[in-house]
Design a protein around this ligand. Structure first.
Ligand SMILES: Nc1ncnc2c1ncn2[C@@H]1O[C@H](COP(=O)(O)OP(=O)(O)OP(=O)(O)O)[C@@H](O)[C@H]1O
Length: 245
């Protein structure tokens, strides 16, 4: 398939076992330009899936394509097109935000002048500009999370994958991050996020996928998911669909 027609992410028959299956025959397709929320109970396999897509964990079986690029055969090309923000991102505490962003941009081979412009815009957007010359080790958890997000965006990835990006953020910071994600999608980018804050999925996501025991058990818009169940809210839908028999 031609690259520009391919979905942002296509996962087929994905398996990963740690003694017992963590991801168990997962099929998932995320279209370009959508914000897709991946939900599931604790231990459902969300993080393991995202780590495989980011190339950090090798699948036991199955295939992953990022914008039509096969991750297994051309990992560098595929990984360049995406950014993965884990739920506990690592920062270099001895660097200031501008230094950190320059460093990350350098790893991606982003031109220094472009990196500086992007870093300034991101720090401004996330309200970190007034802390641009302080060491990251003195930052609060929320500030660190925002800086890590800026680092993920510095090479302008088309596909942004975030594990629990809003956990622990205060209302103002959460709004900044949500706005940034929506702006990424408005510009044609794709966002995939996991969250246990169902209101986030309800409000932001065009489509929602629900994973249980390593498999996709339901997928659709909020309205489509509501139609499948008698649930009024996403919480009702989620609890009904994931209820153990
Ligand atoms: N490195 C690992 N070693 C052993 N087991 C693992 C490892 N990573 C994940 N698992 C197991 O795989 C299963 C899926 O875990 P995963 O972290 O992907 O779930 P999750 O849906 O992200 O959960 P949560 O919502 O709690 O973050 C769990 O049973 C977990 O214990």
């Amino acid at each position: 398939m031609k690259d520009d027609l391919a979905p942002a992410l296509r996962i087929a028959g994905l398996h990963k076992s740690y003694g017992r299956p963590a991801v168990d025959g997962l099929d998932l397709t995320v279209r370009r330009g959508e914000l897709y929320a991946l939900l599931g109970p604790n231990g459902a396999g969300k993080t393991t899936t995202l780590r495989m897509v980011a190339g950090l964990v090798a699948p036991d079986a199955g295939s992953i394509e990022v914008l039509g690029i096969d991750l297994a055969s051309t990992p560098q090309e595929a990984k360049r097109r995406l950014a993965y923000l884990p739920d506990d991102p690592m920062l270099y505490g001895k660097l200031k935000p501008t230094e950190y962003l320059e460093f990350v941009a350098g790893l991606w081979g982003v031109d220094a002048a472009a990196a500086e412009t992007r870093a300034r815009a991101l720090l401004d957007w996330l309200d970190l500009d007034q802390h641009a010359h302080e060491l990251a080790e003195g930052f609060s958890r929320g500030m660190k999370q925002k800086l890590a997000l800026a680092g993920a965006l510095i090479h302008e990835p088309e596909l942004l994958i975030l594990d629990e990006p809003l956990t622990g953020l205060d209302a103002g910071a959460a709004r900044q991050v949500k706005d940034l994600l929506l702006s990424h999608v408005a510009k044609g980018g794709t966002v995939i996020l996991t969250t246990h804050i169902l209101e986030v999925a309800e409000r932001l996501a065009q489509r929602i996928g629900i994973i249980q025991q390593g498999r996709l058990i339901a997928e659709g818009t909020l309205d489509e998911l509501r139609e499948r169940t008698s649930g009024a809210s996403l919480e009702d839908v989620f609890l009904q669909l994931t209820a153990q028999p």
